[in-house]
Design a protein around this ligand. Structure first.
Ligand SMILES: [Zn+2]
Ligand SMILES: [Zn+2]
Length: 67
């Protein structure tokens, strides 16, 4: 048995001095789709939420951009 294991995974130098840009996106309540927003319904936040699924309408989500 050879117990010689060379871990040569890092080939090169990685500078980690700069902080990574991490956007703050709080994941709390699922975003309501357009339809639920307009009607103030409780959206389950699914790709096609229950309300839209029932009505067979396209469930669309618009990302909120804060500036
Ligand atoms: Zn919805
Ligand atoms: Zn929907």
């Amino acid at each position: 048995m050879s117990t010689q294991q060379a871990n040569r995974a890092r080939d090169g130098r990685d500078e980690e001095s700069e902080e990574e840009y991490v956007p703050r996106v709080p994941k709390r309540t699922p975003m309501a789709c357009q339809f639920c927003r307009g009607r103030k319904l409780k959206c389950d936040g699914r790709q096609t939420c229950a309300n839209c699924q029932r009505r067979a309408i396209p469930c669309t989500y618009v990302p909120v951009q804060k500036q």
